[in-house]
Design a protein around this ligand. Structure first.
Ligand code: UP5
Ligand code: MG
Length: 215
């Protein structure tokens, strides 16, 4: 409760406007955005950014940037993504931490992370905070496969073999994370079937409720 009060205090926005402070000091408002491959996480995050002023951090995008910037982990990350497996937690958490700390914003959507209990625990240990809310875009497999295969953005993992592996990993490792937040009362499950606008109309009230408390 204290963290929420601090988030809603107008003074906190002044404190948080500083650059280069640690995640814990920054006391960010964190939303984890979960769901299977192609469930529409990235698409809905764009809508939340437009409407509620969050900063969108896609863990997958941060990892793909590491590959294209030829970082020391680039080859390992590329191999892992091609296999639909999960990149070691510390690599991803450090990228998220840097992105939070270098942002002037204090409201973050962390999209596609945590993908396993190990990811979740590493985030809690390294970053030292827990999410305020967790969104889960619930989408049937058939629809997810159809969307990913028609995306046509040249992603190395958008082929049927890798999609099957991504789905397996989602079921075995990501669903326990979703259940963890369900048990903690933080989970908002959203039906991810319909048009982008229809789905967003189910997302909007979640954030609108927080906006009301801020006033
Ligand atoms: N689309 C969206 N909404 C639609 C709708 N309502 N109706 C019709 N079409 C819709 O959407 C996918 C496609 O569907 C798009 O073409 C969109 O226009 C359309 P998108 O919003 O991109 O879905 P999203 O859920 O973001 O799908 P994505 O493929 O990005 O999810 P993944 O979780 O599989 O991918 P991510 O980039 O997060 O991760 C990729 C890989 O990186 C992982 O498999 C893993 O190997 C690695 N990774 C880690 O190891 N650790 C991490 O923490 C994160 C990633
Ligand atoms: Mg995405």
């Amino acid at each position: 409760m204290w963290r929420r009060l601090s988030f809603f205090c107008p003074k906190s926005s002044l404190r948080l406007a500083k650059d280069g402070i640690s995640c814990k000091e920054k006391n960010p408002f964190i939303t984890f955005v979960l769901g299977g491959p192609g469930s529409g996480k990235g698409t809905q995050c764009e809508k939340i950014v437009e409407n509620f002023g969050f900063t969108h951090l896609s863990a997958g995008d941060l990892l793909r940037k590491e590959i294209s910037s030829n970082s020391e982990n680039g080859a390992m990350i590329l191999d892992t993504i091609k296999e639909g497996k999960i990149v070691p937690s510390n690599v991803t958490v450090i990228l998220i931490k840097k992105a939070i700390e270098s942002s002037k914003n204090y409201k973050f959507l962390i999209d596609g992370f945590p993908r396993s209990d190990e990811n979740r625990i590493a985030f809690e240990q390294i970053i030292g905070v827990e999410p305020d809310i967790v969104l889960f875009f619930d989408c049937p497999e058939e629809e997810m496969v159809k969307r990913v295969l028609s995306r046509n953005q040249g992603r190395v993992d958008d082929n049927i073999e890798t999609i099957k592996k991504r789905l397996q990993v989602f079921h075995s490792l990501n669903l326990p994370v979703i259940n963890h937040y369900l048990e903690r009362g933080k989970l908002h499950k959203i039906n991810a079937v319909g048009t982008v606008e229809e789905i967003f109309e189910n997302v909007r009230p979640i954030f609108a409720a927080y906006k009301k408390i801020m006033k």
